[in-house]
Design a binder for this molecule. Structure first.
Ligand SMILES: *[C@@H]1O[C@H](CO)[C@@H](O)[C@H](O)[C@H]1NC(C)=O
Length: 389
């Protein structure tokens, strides 16, 4: 009887998954082709942020030689009407290469290229926040601003249900999962391990990973990165995660509150410091920066998720280790504050602080730019100042 039962279950599984998934294709057969020599050419995968400000797109071209610097890479274009990015008849958008990484999927000498998007008139597309961020970073270059970002995310099945959760219910309540080990506590570690190694190969400044409080929720950290490099490396780490998940037939969500109720949301806590803050007595500069931040809370909330605070409103409730979205607070070692000063920083009187407000789906260019504008350029008021090109 047993084989029949197994067959029946397989049949049911195969036929309730409506479509075939590329994750079901044989990776062993694919490997045979990936080992073919490529005759001195290089495959360059151009990657960009689409019109949602959250989604990533990519396409590949062949280069005759290995690019050594960004100048060796040609501009390219794409059809913006298919990426929520163009207005009317002017649908050609430009791809401007900005950062090169090694390709962990096709391997050396192939490349992943992070690009900015320009419109037909060569002005930045609405969701190209990198250009302004780079300009702001240039202004404070001599203060050597460092960032570290903790990217939380949730692994979902292709049906949108958290990976490994019972299909008609919930796992046991939160408690055993954070930094957990064991098949009943760590849901989807293969993805985390594959992503970590792929990032290291690519040259992404990834500095750690851990399992998070909600089962199937994980975190990776990128940093410390100086200036514009923070956004570049976080976006590339996200791309690599999407791509790894594709291979495994699962989906990554950066939604700040994927499951409502008594389950932790997902943020993107951002550590920030300047050279002065890191030097002896830097706590004074840290406190001054926090004082400035306290006067500009709403501006930051608007910059910290792609919907101007609406996404974060589901997460920043004042519960589940978050602050309330309507109130600014700061404290040493306080996880329920908007800004946390790590205990060691309080003791050594120098270092950095952590802004716990950014949402998991934030644009790191917007977050790092906002911190510089308020803390270093001394902007006040709810609107960012205009800076000329
Ligand atoms: C940010 O700071 C916290 C301590 O407050 C530390 O545990 C974490 O590793 C840092 N993350 C990054 C990415 O720098």
């Amino acid at each position: 009887m047993l084989p029949v039962k197994v067959w029946t279950i397989r049949f049911l599984i195969a036929h309730t998954m409506a479509t075939s998934s590329s994750a079901d294709l044989s990776k062993a057969v694919k490997q045979q082709y990936m080992e073919l020599p490529q005759g001195g050419t290089v495959q360059a995968m151009y990657i960009w942020i689409d019109g949602t400000g959250e989604g990533l797109r990519c396409k590949t071209r062949t280069l005759d030689a290995e690019p050594k610097t960004i100048e060796d890479l040609p501009e390219w274009n794409f059809d913006g009407s298919s990426t929520y990015q163009s207005e009317g008849s002017n649908s050609d958008m430009y791809l401007i290469p900005k950062a090169i990484f090694r390709d962990p999927f096709r391997k050396d000498p192939n490349k992943l290229i992070l690009c900015e998007v320009l419109k037909y008139n060569r002005k930045p597309a609405e969701t190209n926040l990198r250009q302004m961020c780079a300009k702001i970073m240039d202004k404070v270059e001599n203060q050597h601003p460092w960032f570290g970002m903790e990217q939380e995310y949730t692994i979902l099945g292709i049906d949108g249900h958290p990976f490994g959760w019972p299909s008609n219910g919930f796992p046991g309540p939160q408690g055993p999962y954070y930094c957990g080990v064991g098949a009943d506590k760590a849901y989807g570690r293969d993805i985390v391990e594959a992503h970590y190694r792929a990032c290291l190969y690519a040259g992404v400044d990834i500095c750690g990973t851990n399992a998070e409080v909600m089962p199937a929720q994980w975190e990776f950290q990128v940093g410390p990165c100086e200036g514009i490099r923070m956004g570049d490396h976080l976006w590339m780490a996200r791309f690599i995660l999407h791509r790894v998940c594709e291979d495994f037939g699962v989906v990554v969500s950066f939604d700040p509150k994927p499951i409502s109720g008594n389950w932790n949301g997902a943020g993107c806590h951002t550590n920030f410091s300047t050279k002065e803050m890191r030097e002896e007595g830097g706590l004074k500069q840290i406190e001054e920066a926090i004082e400035k931040l306290s006067k500009r809370h709403q501006y930051h909330i608007r910059a910290y998720d792609p919907k101007g605070g609406l996404d974060n409103a589901r997460r920043l409730t004042g519960r589940h280790e978050t602050s309330n979205i309507n109130e600014f607070s700061a404290g040493v070692a306080n996880r329920g504050a908007s800004i946390r000063i790590p205990r060691s920083v309080g003791q050594e009187k120098r270092g950095y602080f952590e802004d716990r407000r950014p949402s998991a789906n934030c644009d790191p260019y917007a977050v790092t730019e906002a911190l510089i504008r308020t803390c270093l350029l001394g902007e006040i008021g709810e609107e960012p100042e205009e800076y000329k090109q």
